[in-house]
Design a protein around this ligand. Structure first.
Ligand SMILES: O=C(O)CCC(=O)C(=O)O
Ligand SMILES: [Fe+2]
Length: 354
């Protein structure tokens, strides 16, 4: 599902969804094994739906309507031909966005929550604090363990002050790696019931904490437009996606939850992105729209069966649209947050599993 780019081959253009990804992605495709420097793709963005301009205009463009949800006091927009998809522009204030960015970097990757780094390094505590303190990850202990008839090397890692020669002797055979490098490699963390990417399913046997109460409340409140009267959304799991400048999320369905009538509540933070909302087939031409920091999207019912993905993140000054966030993170204490968000996007998507 994740990757810097879908295969740059004839395969890459086979479906309407793939063609749209190719149209918007950051770099132009080069032939496989080409040694040429990637060429930036100056994509024509005029077809990309911009809900912030829809919000400001008196009339909705064709195919889009304003959804009236009793008791929900924010504007919500829908597409006529994608029932179950709801767009809540600027659902979060800049302060709230900052809060969720801090949580996404400092708290959500903390064990027992797993991240893509867990498989390599085991549980890592306080990665972001290690970045702030310019620490490095070193092999603290190494032992040989028996797994059945086989023997394997088991390493334990910990953050250390410096890579100076004095501590080098005590370090194991693995190369030390800067916490800042690891943070750049962080691609996802899972909250609540843990999603197992290899099985593409929830592994309820894995240790986990409940979704933090505050996030649970936010998701319940925001899910309201997609819920039937008298029903309440029950957040049980969340996936936090971390995107760097050339990262993308390929077209996919989220189909491991039992009840598709319940929404996925998806929060965008930091740099602006393009979101593609396809149809039930990869052959359906997707709708492209901008996702900005603070926007929230709901996908429920029919929309749960629609392919979707994120082919492009904008990290350049003109398009990223993060000036409000940058001023909130302008103090020296927040330098690491500022450094991170200026070329990153974070997405928190919250799900009811059962
Ligand atoms: O990043 C986004 O906006 C979408 C994320 C998503 O579709 C997913 O994690 O399943
Ligand atoms: Fe998804």
């Amino acid at each position: 599902m994740y990757g810097a780019d879908p295969a740059d081959s004839a395969e890459a253009e086979r479906t309407a969804f793939r063609r749209a990804e190719k149209r918007y992605k950051l770099y132009k495709s080069l032939p496989p094994k080409s040694r040429k420097k990637p060429i930036l793709n100056q994509a024509d963005l005029s077809d990309v739906v911009d809900f912030h301009s829809v919000l400001e205009s008196a009339e909705s463009p064709e195919g889009i309507y304003k959804f009236n949800c009793p008791g929900f006091d924010r504007p919500v927009f829908c597409f006529r031909d994608r029932p179950g998809f709801y767009f809540i522009p600027s659902a979060l204030t800049t302060k709230e966005q900052c809060h969720w960015i801090r949580q996404s970097l400092m708290s959500f990757p903390q064990p027992p929550n797993r991240t893509n780094l867990t498989a390599l390094y085991g549980p890592l505590f306080d990665l972001f604090i290690a970045v702030q303190n310019k620490k490095i990850l070193v092999e603290a202990e190494s032992s040989v363990v028996s797994i059945g008839e086989n023997k394997a090397r088991s390493c334990k890692y910990s953050f250390s002050e410096s890579s100076g020669d004095s501590c080098r002797e005590e370090q194991g055979s693995c190369e030390p790696v800067a916490a800042s490098v690891l943070l750049r490699k962080l691609r996802w963390s899972t909250l609540g019931l843990q999603f197992d990417w290899s099985q593409r399913n929830y592994d309820v046997s894995l240790p986990h904490n409940k979704i933090p109460k505050e996030l649970c409340e936010l998701a319940k409140e925001m899910a309201a437009p997609a819920m039937s009267a008298g029903e309440e959304f029950q957040p049980e799991a969340a996936i936090v996606n971390y995107f760097g400048p050339s990262d993308m999320l390929g077209g996919h369905l989220d189909d491991m939850e039992a009840d598709w009538s319940k929404p996925i509540v998806s929060i965008s933070l930091a740099c602006k992105a393009i979101f593609l909302l396809g149809g039930k087939s990869r052959e359906d031409i997707p709708i492209a729209m901008f996702l900005r920091s603070g926007d929230i999207v709901l996908m429920a019912g029919h929309a749960r069966e629609c392919f979707h993905g994120v082919p492009r993140i904008f990290t350049d000054d003109e398009h990223a649209e993060i000036s409000g966030l940058m001023s909130q993170f302008s103090s020296e204490d927040d330098r690491c947050f500022m450094d991170y968000i200026k070329n990153s996007r974070i997405n928190i998507n919250i799900r009811q599993v059962n």
